[in-house]
Every structure is written in structure tokens, then in C-alpha cells.
Design a protein. Structure first.
Length: 300
């Protein structure tokens, strides 16, 4: 029987959300707890698997070269230089994911089974993802690991605030729901039900794949328009006649990596306590093509 007592729901939520949901049944329990049990069938087909990322502070010298980590110094293939923008300014190293470490957690089977995915972002956080001209201000590098890796020292032009502390990563797998502003749930819930749904679908920190935990709204359309040359820092791109023919392409974009602000562990602070999101087209991910990734920063 669904619980109609809001105060009692709040008391129960600590038990219901003990860890991220791993089965559809657990998500259905969440819906019932928040008086949304009758709507669960509308959301079941929208559920996506994700990989949870937990940081463990570590001495970087003890992290083997090529292992997954957040912050610290990147391990790049021999002959690959530390990435820079078009003005030859070094990008900040965000982290690297060893695909062999996460393949048992990748229920989607979209990620490469082997290889190293390395993430870089502009040192002064001047790119927010709405300008096509920002493409040089972030980079995702895929290394097949059939070559030697070299751990690079920090470039001399990186200020202290652009250098992040190294953390090892522990992974787990769970399930993800679209956020309350995501286009896929338009019309499925009333305004009152949306308030309850927000308690179920948000507050995720670091993750790989799944639905983004958005700070300022869904980003798939923004990625699609900006990567096709439309400026989205105001209404210009959204009102452009090209939007109509491009809009269906938003379905191609999926979240690759979400990085939360985490001053205590890594020293990362994205704007005003926001998040950094790396996006990729699904087909590009399946083709192991990371050259066309897009990055968005959202904050409060």
C-alpha cells in the first residue's frame, strides 16, 4: 500500500535510499515511497544503467601508471604532449578512466573493454559549453594501451588553482532516472508529482554514463546545437531556423562523465559549487571516437 503521509515518507527515505538503486524493483519502491507508484510503469523503459564513482584520497606515487584516478598527473602514451588550447595554454587534467577496471560495471556495454580515457578542461574555467568556439578548451584522449605510458609533470603555466589532488577511484554500478527537467518525462507528471520526483532522481555526485544530475537543465539539445555551429549562450541558437532539422539529433548524445565539485578530496570547484559534464554521441562512443566530445559546466 502506498504511503500517503509526507512526514513518514521523509522518515523512511534514509532506509529506502540506502545506496544507489540497483534493480528496477528498488526504483519502484522509491516511487511508492513518494506516492508515485501508479506512475512507475511510465518510467520503467527510461531507466538507464550508470557507473558510480567514489573517490579515495591517495598518495599518487602509489597509484600505478594507467590506473583510474581523479586529479593528479596524467598518464599519456609516449609521444603525446600535455594538451593545450589554441593559445598554447595548458589544460587542467581532470582524471582518467581505465576501461578494464570498469567493464564489469558497464551494464550498457557501450564503453571500450580496454583502453584509457583521459579528460582535460580549461585551467581558468572560461568555457561553459554554449559557444562553438570553445572546442579547444577541453579534450578527451583515448589510449589503446598497446603503447607505453608516461606520467607527465605539471606544466609551468598551470596555476595552483588549476592543479588537482590525486584520488584513486572505486566503482559500483546502479540505475539512473532522468532528471525532473529532462525532455523524456515531459507531460508524465503533474507539478505536485514533479516535486516528489525531484527527491528520487537527483543529488548524484561523480558518475559515468546514465542521466546527468543537471544543475541548470538538460544539455542534450545544447550539445547538438553547439556542435553544429549554433551559439547557445542566449536564445540565438535555440531560435535559429536550423534548430528544427537538428533537434532530433539530441537523442544521439549521452553523458560520458560527470564530475562534481569536491574541494575536500580533489580541490575541484566548478563555478559556484557546480558540476562538469563530458558528453559524447552514442555512435562515437561505440566507435571509440572521442574527438567530438563536448563539455558543459553548470553551477548554481
Amino acid at each position: 500500500m502506498e504511503n500517503n503521509n509526507k512526514e513518514e515518507n521523509e522518515l523512511n527515505i534514509g532506509y529506502v535510499l540506502e545506496g544507489e538503486p540497483k534493480t528496477n524493483k528498488e526504483i519502484e519502491t522509491l516511487f511508492k515511497t513518494f506516492d508515485l507508484g501508479s506512475k512507475f510503469h511510465l518510467f520503467e523503459s527510461l531507466i538507464r544503467p550508470k557507473i558510480d564513482v567514489e573517490l579515495v584520497e591517495s598518495d599518487e606515487a602509489k597509484i600505478p601508471i594507467g590506473n583510474s584516478k581523479m586529479g593528479g598527473k596524467p598518464d599519456l602514451a609516449t609521444g603525446i604532449n600535455w594538451p593545450t588550447n589554441n593559445a598554447n595554454k595548458s589544460l587542467s587534467f581532470i582524471g582518467q578512466i581505465n576501461c578494464d577496471e570498469i567493464r564489469n560495471y558497464d551494464a550498457s556495454k557501450l564503453l571500450p573493454e580496454k583502453g584509457l580515457i583521459s579528460f582535460f578542461y580549461c585551467a581558468n574555467q572560461e568555457a561553459w559549453g554554449f559557444d562553438p568556439e570553445d572546442k579547444d578548451r577541453f579534450k578527451v584522449i583515448f589510449t589503446t594501451l598497446d603503447t607505453d605510458l608516461v606520467r607527465h609533470d605539471f606544466p609551468s603555466d598551470l596555476e595552483e588553482h588549476s592543479i588537482f589532488r590525486a584520488n584513486e577511484i572505486e566503482f559500483d554500478n546502479s540505475l539512473s532516472l532522468p532528471g525532473w527537467e529532462h525532455y523524456s518525462i515531459d507531460g508524465l507528471l503533474s507539478d505536485d508529482e514533479l516535486d516528489e520526483y525531484m527527491e528520487i532522481s537527483g543529488d548524484i555526485e561523480h558518475q559515468i554514463l546514465g542521466y546527468a544530475d543537471c544543475v541548470q537543465g538538460a544539455m542534450e539539445l545544447e550539445c547538438q546545437l553547439v556542435t553544429n555551429g549554433l551559439f547557445c549562450g542566449d536564445s540565438t541558437g535555440y531560435n535559429d531556423p536550423k534548430r528544427k532539422e537538428l533537434e532530433s539529433g539530441k537523442e544521439d548524445w549521452i553523458l560520458l562523465f560527470q564530475i562534481d565539485s569536491d574541494e575536500d578530496s580533489t580541490g575541484m570547484m566548478w563555478g559556484d559549487d557546480g558540476k562538469l559534464y563530458f558528453w559524447i554521441r552514442k555512435q562515437d562512443l561505440m566507435d571509440k571516437n572521442f574527438d567530438n566530445c563536448w563539455c558543459v559546466l553548470q553551477c548554481y
